[in-house]
Design a protein around this ligand. Sequence first.
Ligand SMILES: C[S@@+](CC[C@H](N)C(=O)[O-])C[C@H]1O[C@@H](n2cnc3c(N)ncnc32)[C@H](O)[C@@H]1O
Length: 305
Amino acid sequence: MAPHAHQHQNQHQNQHHHASGHEGPHDEPFVAELLDLEAEVLHAHLTEVTGRLADLTADRPVRRILDLGSGTGTGTFALLRRFEDAEAIAVDASPRLLHHLRGRARELGVADRVRTVEADLDAAWPDFGNIDLVWASGALHHMSDPDRTLREAYAALAPGGLLAVIEMAGVPYFLPHDLGVGRPGLEARCRAALSDRHAEAMPHRGADWGPLLSRAGFTVEAEWPYAVELVPPLPEATGRYARAVLSRMRTALDGRADTDDLATLDTLIDSDGPHSVLHRDDLAVRTERTVWAARRAYWSTGSQA
Ligand SMILES: C[S@@+](CC[C@H](N)C(=O)[O-])C[C@H]1O[C@@H](n2cnc3c(N)ncnc32)[C@H](O)[C@@H]1O
């Protein structure tokens, strides 16, 4: 990679960035922890996804990867493991998450293969050069104008390059219907109470990305929904991951759920006590995700952006 590989390039396009879905900068250490725990718990699924991308790129070497809304680098590091000759550019609006990512890159011994760029992907993009693989996991639904983001992604790709979009149906379910504390069905009620808020803040959450990809000029080569269903024995980090997700949910539910349910949630996210998710042996991880793999035409040379 170029000599400036280790440098943090501040290419922030405008001061009013809107990494929507975050409560604000004070929330970012917490988000970093949550994203890292998610990476650990869902590691095997991610490995499966990158394996399928390797099949789809078998005829075209992947040397330059662009991770959109990289967060703490879950996708970046999974891709660098899979594509051993590749370098990655991790882009995010959050300087703190990118700082965290650079620390992880050093720990993993791949700092010389990663460059971070702080940029608002809702604004005009910096020039990333020709990219072979663009990865956008859990990122597109944050964009205020995803059509525009997809056109930029198309323009950033080399002819024949691939875009992988991963979106999830929502945060995972962890708990059994009957918790042995509070009223049964707590998790379902919490999701229902938050769904309006999510729909308002992120209207593209749960979108069918196929038509949007086609509209931006891509050929959708594969679309595969997959269900994550982890049951005991669970990865070691599962309790902490559940606690991070439910704590975030608890904050968002203030004033939106009845006091009994809030009290039950408090009991679950408490670090002590028999009902704490850190100690329960009846947790599971259930969620659904969809991956879209879309190609920029081989013969296309012009930009669609
Ligand atoms: C749900 S997280 C996903 C992180 C990561 N891709 C992963 O799979 O773990 C969404 C990320 O998108 C970033 N983001 C949201 N809006 C953005 C924007 N307008 N420009 C750049 N990044 C943005 C957030 O800061 C956050 O890191």
